[in-house]
Design a protein around this ligand. Sequence first.
Ligand SMILES: Cc1cc2nc3c(=O)[nH]c(=O)nc-3n(C[C@H](O)[C@H](O)[C@H](O)COP(=O)(O)OP(=O)(O)OC[C@H]3O[C@@H](n4cnc5c(N)ncnc54)[C@H](O)[C@@H]3O)c2cc1C
Length: 404
Amino acid sequence: MPPLTIAIIGAGPGGLLLARLLQRSSTPIAVAIFESDPSPTTRSQGGTLDLRPGGGLKAMREAGLWDEFCAHARWSGEALKVVDKKLVTWLSRSGGSQTEPREWGAAPEIDRRVLRDVLLGSVGEEVVRWGRKVASVEVEGEMGMGVVRFAEGGEEGGFDLVVGADGCWSRVRGAVSEVKPYYSGIGGFSFSISECERRAPEVLGDGSVNVSAWGLKGEAWMRESEYDVHDLEQAREGVKREYAGWAKELTNMLDAVDDDVAPRSLYMLPVDFSWEHKRGVTLLGDAAHVMTPFAGIGVNMAMQDAMELAHAIIDAAKEAEELAGKDVLDDKMRRYEKELFPRMHAAQEITDGATKDMYFTEGAPRTSIHRWCSRVAGHDMPPLLRPLFTAGLYTYFFFFKMFV
Ligand SMILES: Cc1cc2nc3c(=O)[nH]c(=O)nc-3n(C[C@H](O)[C@H](O)[C@H](O)COP(=O)(O)OP(=O)(O)OC[C@H]3O[C@@H](n4cnc5c(N)ncnc54)[C@H](O)[C@@H]3O)c2cc1C
């Protein structure tokens, strides 16, 4: 049997991890990644990601990249404080140990760029075809071989499977569904404060601190804004006006921001999104279930998808050596998708609920902190403990609110 040939569209965390895991298979599997960025350095990767036990952390271990991850991870990044505009603290969580994750609730941070570099270094540069923007994917012939068509013209075919790991605006998704992401109602800015390493080197990755300001906005807010949202000075002043009346300790951060400004509108797929199985093509990560970032689980889902998909492809490759071949892969893909849908719907529901709790509930965080905590903190807790945890939280906040 010739090896299975897999085309992965997108060199984000999901696509790169999948390639890495497939490369580690004892049965040979041929992998190519097509990425629209012209090179690994063309676009600022920006921001940081927190990795969780069942998702990103498990994946880094399985990919044999645990030590590299630990060399760059910031366990102190697990610290979290929820405050309101008067700086009343509604929730405070300290950072974790610097060496090992906690059993439950671990969420060490890593810079997005560093995570990409670690994964990229592990698969080898030659696997990624940079500057290959995919326009569409088709499945041809009785055997359902995948053909990838490029925006600049030309195509490559003969793939046993094409995996859409191409994020929110996935072109591969078009091969299985016409559904498109819709505007979540939330937009805002990511800023950063440079050179923080002089003041707090132990908590920093690339030496900067990210500051984000998200709020309810109409879909056309960037176009209709009375200031240039891409201009740092104008954006800073615009956000300061928006947050006038908030505690100075919070708004003072805006005076310190000095690097890039990235205005963003957040889009999401419907919470019940799924697709009819189609031979020769599947999706993972944001391409399958893009959501707002307010539960911090998007990349963890992408990495878990990559793990599950890698197991399915590797099993198919092993069985195909003994059996007839392609149908084995198709059966495994059906099973991967059947298991993916309920898992991603649960994650989408948590994220959608968390977004509604904090952005669409009058009087938040006072009026919704108990629900938000139980949703976000409870989801990776052992199921038997969840009701007890929720009851404890509701009681705690009932009394807490009497004093603030
Ligand atoms: C502000 C913000 C903060 C976040 N914070 C967190 C967090 O703390 N924790 C967490 O778990 N998640 C977080 N997320 C979500 C997380 O970033 C995503 O879920 C994750 O990056 C998805 O990974 P992916 O590999 O599926 O897609 P992506 O990271 O989007 O990668 C897709 C890749 O495909 C390439 N591509 C796109 N179109 C094409 C094309 N047509 N042809 C070829 N290549 C293409 C892109 O260039 C990119 O390299 C955050 C998201 C945002 C917006």
